[in-house]
Ligand binder design. Structure first.
Ligand code: SAM
Length: 267
């Protein structure tokens, strides 16, 4: 299914959806009782858990500004893109690089439906419904092939995404497959839940039990997901410390401590 096809999309609202739960945390209104139940349990485990999503989304915007502005990238593969919200990857990237191509990939069909309805998409922006655990299928998709020139650097974005892959789904292998497809000079942008001990364990338990995914990995496990690519300054850090727009307190809140991210270059 591509954004050029018109398809009737059905959602199973009896089961919670990662994209709807995340969007609700950001203030969106398109959630159902199944999602609300997850949100209640997450809030029980950590009352200010919604901050996690807000920190992540703000970092996504700063990261894309870095990729388009400082790194000068003009091609974006946004894997696990989520529902459209205030400032989306193509809007941020195309403001700085008007010719930038952006392809959004998500396995939740609601993302495509909302993208069609809410985003003013243009010829350089595509949205596909696909499972990123099938890199071959994603990379061969006609819209990906049309929008991305794989001989030129690509921003591979796995923002707020890899913690939704279980260990037995081989997140490292998934990253390898996308990195193998892009040339030197491409960038890898990852944000991820961080295991910090008891505090994060309780939240992880709620994520896994009620949403089905949400792994809090150790710092070393997350570093490994960068597959040897060279991290740009300031490295892999709590998102509040990743190129903040303003002054940030040294002492982070608990919720700020449990989400980290970084951008690395393939060399
Ligand atoms: N990247 C966006 C951001 O950081 O604001 C959205 C993050 S949201 C937490 C994770 C998204 O990944 C959801 O929209 C979910 O549907 C999508 N997702 C989860 N598993 C996926 C998979 N196997 N393939 C493609 N998308 C997936």
């Amino acid at each position: 299914m591509t954004n050029s096809e018109s398809a009737h999309v059905e959602f199973d609202v009896t089961k919670p959806s990662i994209s709807r739960v995340y969007d609700a945390m950001l203030g969106g209104k398109d959630y159902y009782p199944s999602d609300e139940r997850v949100l209640d349990h997450l809030r029980e485990a950590m009352p200010d858990v919604y901050e996690l999503a807000k920190l992540n989304r703000a970092a996504l915007n700063r990261g894309v500004r870095y990729l388009a502005g400082t790194a000068g990238l003009t091609q974006y593969l946004d894997l696990g893109a989520g529902l459209p919200t205030m400032e989306n990857t193509h809007q941020v990237a195309q403001e700085l690089q008007p010719d930038a191509s952006v392809i959004y990939v998500d396995n939740d069909p609601i993302v495509l439906a909302h993208a069609r309805a809410l985003m003013s998409l243009n010829g350089r922006t595509g949205v596909i419904t696909a499972d990123l655990r099938d890199p071959e299928g994603v990379l061969a998709h006609p819209d990906v092939q049309r929008l991305i020139d794989f001989s030129q650097p690509v921003a591979v974005m796995l923002v707020g995404m890899l913690h939704h892959l279980h260990d037995d789904e081989d997140p490292e292998g998934v990253v390898d497959a996308y990195l193998d497809a892009v040339p030197v000079g491409s960038h890898l942008f990852i944000t991820h839940f961080l295991h910090t001990g008891e505090e994060s364990r309780a939240l992880e338990k709620s994520f896994l039990e009620f949403l089905g995914t949400g792994r809090f990995r150790t710092y070393d496990e997350i570093i490994r997901l960068f597959r040897g690519c060279e991290l740009v300054e300031p490295g892999l850090v709590p998102l509040s410390h990743w190129r903040p727009d303003g002054i940030v307190r040294d002492k982070l809140t608990l919720v700020e401590e449990i989400i980290v991210g970084g951008i690395a270059v393939k060399s």
